[in-house]
Design a protein around this ligand. Sequence first.
Ligand code: OTU
Length: 601
Amino acid sequence: MSMDKLRTYYFGLYGENGITQFFFDQLMEIMEKARAGRSTALKKQDKKGNDWYLSEKMVGMMLYLDKFSDNLSSFEKRIDYLADLGVTYVHFMPLLQSREGQNDGGYAVSDYLNVDKKFGTTEQFEHVVDRLKKKGIRTCIDFVLNHTAKEHEWALKSRKNEPGYEDMYYMFDNYGIPSEYEKTLTEIFPSVAPKNFTYYEDIGKFVMTRFYEFQWDLNYKNPNVFNRIAEVLLTLANKGIDIFRLDAIPYMWKELGTSSMNLPQVHTLLKMYEMIIEEVCPSVVFLGEAIVEPHEIVKYFGTPEEKECHIMYNASLMVLLWNSLATRDVRLMQRSMSIDYGTPKDGVWINYARCHDDIGWGFEKDIIRDLGMDPEAHKQFIIQFMEGKFPGSFAKGELYEFNPETLDARNSGTMASLCGLEEAILKKDRYKLELAVKRILLLNSVIISYTGIPLLYSGDEIGTLNWWDYKKDETIAHDSRWLHRAPMDWEKAGNRHDMGTVEGILFSSIREMIRVRKENPIFASNISSIPIDTGNKAVFAFHREDKMLVLANFSEERQVVNCNAVNWFGLPWELHDLIQGKTVPLWDNIVLGPYEYLWLA
Ligand code: OTU
């Protein structure tokens, strides 16, 4: 049944002709081979399906292997650390073989089928996946499918026009078509990698390079590319990977005269890949990476009948959390999060506060105007606040992709430094330190309790500060995202059970939130979070389908919430805070201390 559908989509995209038939037959063979190669253990896992990703037990951590533990063999010794925190899935940032020198943190893959030699061997990786699984931890890897390194075998052979490698990339003999494309394409890295094409003198060709020059965009208009990526995907899935993070999916299809982002054909490609995994390895899920407008992000879930990605990044919540901290005003978050973009019931959000990328300030402009503010002026405020330049700002960060003409920018920085920990330590200010710790915990309290999967960024659980040393390495000094890609400080991590240290307070408090979450089915991803207007602009509140009420004070002042504002289930006499264990009377005003959060049930 689903193969008929796959066929329809495939021929719909590539045309009803003999060539398409040839590649479709080839795809069937690829799938057949992968099915045969799937281990008994994985087949057993497949029988249980893939709804495991909806569980309240899901808690992720993303990490760069080299930053976290140098390599795969030393990683094994760190598995207990992850288990101690309560992590149930690990997202390995790009670990497949990437090009030498600059490689955008591994996002320039030169061999999809092997783990980067600097980390160890592919067999070692399979062993790690197995060890993790035995500890109840699933594996997620980055799958960079929009582009390859220019040194990838496919690219090298395409350069020489070898048979079987034609048209795998966007290559042009002159600047005619590229110049037409440039009219409507945006620049993704305007300052460090401007424009979207690169001219290579030795072959006399212009190649589409939307990201860095060394990242060549794959041409999905060619069914050969579709098939080869399918083959890679299934081969990796057979190594026991549970979650594929599909990188940069909005860019996968390009059309002249368009922005070549979020085009309908991208959705067709993703639907087909989903049908393929559903058929061959049904326990595997896709995490889609599309940091675009919320109404576009939601489309990447597909529909219940025709799924695309099972999990998507909740970029809006992330941006709004930082906005709320800076302004001490949660109204933009409350209103934006109340908009129903039509998330399907089995579409799950990844809730995160920081990741390896910059923070780009995509807000709902109409709501900002409605709140009486000017969207452009507000954006300038937040950019300067996060850089630490705005008077009174607690944050310490850097600009990313600053545009001197428009003054537009994104921001870099670690969670701790953006929350004020770096400033507090520099100024040796105990009060500031306390507030910074509270801010970090507050952000965690929302991402761990809000509907979706919480994803921690390695190092944030012990308050890692900005890594200014990246400026000393000339291969990365131009890219401020490295400010928040610090090596793990294992000495500091050693303090994680010592409540007299910042690391101890952060680690144990986050661990406790994770523990509570995992024990309580209220936190499953099919139970929605519904934001509530508390009447107090500093307090964010939401309920989880009447089963739980969460309150979070985004200011350093004591705040009072009128109990009638949260009277959503007939107001019981009192509720209990799942974290602090205290009883909160609901017949009276609710008082929250500075940055306090309550998980009331
Ligand atoms: C992703 O990000 C990765 O997260 C980055 O680390 C990579 O550099 C990049 O792809 C290239 O592989 O533009 O600023 O909507 O947000 O794909 C980051 C998707 C990016 C983009 C995203 C991209």
